[in-house]
Design a protein around this ligand. Structure first.
Ligand code: AMP
Length: 454
């Protein structure tokens, strides 16, 4: 099997690792890849956003399929171009990728399909947007509709903050065209889950749910980032009356099965109607549909959809599912357009694993990440430790150096959450580069849950 992976972050390294794990003979080509992926395959210096060069690369390499990690080429129509040339690819078309690329489109779709989500108003002018914020009351959420590198959402505690966020986006064009239209959205309270669904346009198969940590510092303090860590599976109890959400589901015993059952139920209530609505619009969604779900007291509500694997959740989810043939599902969807019939029972032993991922970031991240600091990676002494490269590069002297805000993602895998977390934190502390930043409390909600349960 030969796979072309588009992207060069920790997520793409984890995808390459998973494909090689399932099939050690798999040939991996990555564009542009990174020094970590280079240990598993061949990296080609084609940027992940250059649609025409990616088409040319795939025509030259003829992979069994192409796997796209990054949202930007999807929003630019990479999949449409590949399909025109009959090149197998896993990912949504440009029209379907609007579910991430336009929050205004996604919100309308959810409202039309009856998918539970926060109430929101679309605006392009500051004055009416500010009136809408007053109507909803603080706290209120101001969102740039377009792609803003994960920074386009501002949760405002006061109306003053909301006014500033509105002016920043609509008047000062702080996010450029991505913020020319905004959503003024009701604030939702609750715990968040990231659930990945592999979708073939009609059916969707959920992967184990994960939880992300957006803030830079321990205790969920400091600025928002692309994500400083994750863990999977999440063994949360539903905070709302189960009612309609549990009627057709299995009655799970173990907590990890319970987390999976949540994912399946949400699939019926959130993902199935979303896929149907996209089909009705003539743009069926094939690829990875990422549902950010808030568990509110009124039931699960969608915070956002993304049209690709999440980073750093992928670095937890795939190791947690190491016994499950994710690669086969990706290939089948890319090559044949359909999910194979697969159930959790295909590889039940993966339920025995916990994964915790700690992200190591550069000095100055997230505002002004510093590049060029030499990285020292100590030997890995436990096979429960995986190191995924993100913002790394080799300098002229062949030394591994920092090259982007998030440098590495260190995943610990173990039978228990505690052991997985200890493996991740311990190795993260040993990695050395000037200005290294990382959190030591990844999975703190799971820690608190387990303390309450015992
Ligand atoms: P998004 O990019 O839409 O996922 O938003 C980024 C983060 O902002 C989410 O992960 C949430 O933590 C938060 N957020 C977004 N929308 C809301 C909302 N309506 N209520 C509360 N928090 C939100």
């Amino acid at each position: 099997m030969k796979v072309l992976i588009v992207g060069g972050g920790g997520r793409e390294h984890a995808l390459a690792w998973k494909l090689k794990q399932e099939d050690p003979d798999a040939e991996i080509v990555a564009a542009p890849g990174n020094p970590g992926i280079a240990a598993l395959g061949r990296c080609v210096a084609v940027p992940a956003t250059d649609v025409e060069r990616l088409v040319a690369l795939a025509e030259h390499e003829r992979p069994d399929f192409t796997l796209v990690g990054h949202e930007a080429p999807l929003a630019r129509g990479l999949v449409d171009r590949f399909r025109e040339r009959r090149l197998p690819i896993f990912g949504p078309t440009r029209a379907a990728a609007r579910i991430e690329a336009s929050k205004a489109f996604a919100k309308q779709l959810m409202l039309d399909a009856g998918v539970p989500t926060a109430m929101a108003f679309r605006h392009t002018e500051p004055a009416p947007a500010k009136r809408a914020a007053r109507e909803l009351g603080a706290p209120v959420v101001i969102k740039a509709s377009g792609l803003a590198a994960g920074k386009g959402v501002i949760v405002c505690q006061t109306l003053d903050e909301a006014d500033r966020a509105i002016d920043f986006m609509l008047r000062d064009e702080g996010f450029g065209a991505a913020g020319a239209e905004i959503l003024v959205e009701e604030f939702m309270e609750g715990e968040e889950l990231s659930i990945f669904y592999l979708a073939d346009g009609v059916e969707a198969f959920p992967l184990v749910p994960a939880q992300d940590h957006k803030r830079l510092l321990d205790g969920d303090r400091g600025p928002n980032t692309g994500g400083m860590g994750a863990y999977a599976p999440v063994t949360i109890e539903l905070p709302f009356a189960a009612g309609e959400f549990t009627s057709e589901a299995v009655e799970p015993e173990a907590s990890e099965v319970r987390a999976l059952a949540h994912a399946l139920r949400f699939g019926r209530h959130i993902v199935a109607p979303t896929l149907a609505a996209l089909r009705e619009r003539g743009s069926p969604f094939t690829g990875l549909l990422y549902a950010g779900v808030m568990l509110t007291v009124d039931g699960p509500k969608v915070v956002e959809f993304n049209c690709r694997f999440g980073d750093p959740e992928t670095q937890s989810i795939l190791p947690a599912m190491s016994g499950f043939p994710v690669g086969d599902l990706l290939r089948s969807i890319a090559a044949h357009g359909t999910l194979p019939s697969v159930t959790w029972a295909t590889a039940p032993d993966f339920l025995a694993r916990r994964a915790v991922t700690t992200v190591l970031a550069t000095a100055g991240y997230p505002d002004t990440p510093r590049k060029g600091d030499v990285i020292t990676l100590p030997p890995i002494e436990d096979d429960g430790v995986l190191v995924f490269h993100a913002g790394t590069a080799l300098n002229d002297r062949g030394e591994l150096v920092t090259a982007g805000g998030r440098v590495l993602a260190v995943t610990g895998i173990a039978k228990t959450f505690e052991d997985a977390k200890a493996l991740s934190t311990r190795y993260s502390a040993l990695v050395d580069f000037a200005g290294k930043q990382f959190r030591t409390d990844i999975g703190w909600r799971e820690v608190a849950r387990r303390a309450r349960a015992s």
